[in-house]
Design a protein around this ligand. Structure first.
Ligand SMILES: Cc1ncc(COP(=O)(O)OP(=O)(O)O)c(N)n1
Ligand SMILES: Cc1ncsc1CCOP(=O)(O)O
Ligand SMILES: [Mg+2]
Length: 216
């Protein structure tokens, strides 16, 4: 079976400090989408439910125009609500403390993209696969200013995880310098916050990262 088109390439993750209001969030994400994304994740750690719903809804509509899935971080109820509203391109990413994957799979249905944080541990990825994950995410592989305290992982894990049979995401300090090493180690999707959204020219940065991926 062929992997779906979302399963290989650049995976940009939003950041509320770098994209601090609706116009900047939408303009920044549209620039990244123009540059070419496989996936976009809406990551907002605030507890402002109204803002999160409004922004996620707007991003789901924007992503649809580019035929790119929007992944909601942490919040199963928000992803479920958007899918019920008809945003079929919405998926969910859950970390180890963010709720049960199997329950999320039931609530979102078999078609939704469901991602799981597996840090540096193959056993977490094997369990995520059994519980219905669509991809498994490992990292942090490099120093990250966005989440410096994230548990570290080593690149050889990406090769070992091939046997799981799901797309492998690398996260944590992925940038122009590190992206090639992560791809060559086996990452299918390269996830980044700062290399995209802290860039002075977001679209140019995405194009540069994609060029580096193509060269691997
Ligand atoms: C693609 C991807 N991988 C890992 C994470 C981290 O998720 P989590 O461990 O739940 O941490 P927070 O992002 O919620 O702080 C992610 N968001 N996306
Ligand atoms: C959310 C998350 N989980 C592990 S590292 C990280 C942050 C990634 O951000 P950056 O690409 O800026 O290092
Ligand atoms: Mg989380």
């Amino acid at each position: 079976m062929h992997n779906p088109s979302w399963a290989r390439g650049l995976y940009a993750i939003t950041d509320a400090a770098l994209l601090p209001d609706d116009p900047r969030l939408l303009a920044g994400c549209e620039a990244a989408l123009r540059g070419g994304l496989a996936l976009l994740q809406y990551r907002d750690k605030s507890t402002q439910a109204d803002k999160r719903l409004r922004q996620a809804r707007a991003l789901a509509a924007l992503c649809r125009d580019y035929d790119v899935p929007l992944i909601i971080n942490d919040d199963t109820a928000l992803a479920e609500r958007l899918r019920r509203e008809g945003h079929a391109n919405v998926g969910l990413h859950l970390g180890q403390g963010d709720g049960a994957l199997a329950e999320a799979r039931e609530r979102l249905g078999p078609e939704a993209i469901l991602g799981a944080t597996c840090h540096g541990r193959l056993a977490l990825a094997e369990r995520a696969a059994r519980e219905g994950a669509s991809y498994v995410a490992f990292g942090r592989f490099f120093a990250s200013r966005t989440k410096p305290e994230a548990p570290p992982a080593t690149l050889d894990l990406l090769g070992e995880a091939e046997a799981i049979g799901l797309p492998r995401v690398a996260i944590g300090g992925i940038d122009a310098e590190t992206i090639g090493a992560a791809r060559r180690a086996g990452a299918d999707l390269l996830a980044t916050v700062a290399a995209v959204f802290a860039a002075a020219d977001i679209e140019a940065s995405v194009r540069d990262l994609n060029r580096r991926l193509s060269a691997c």
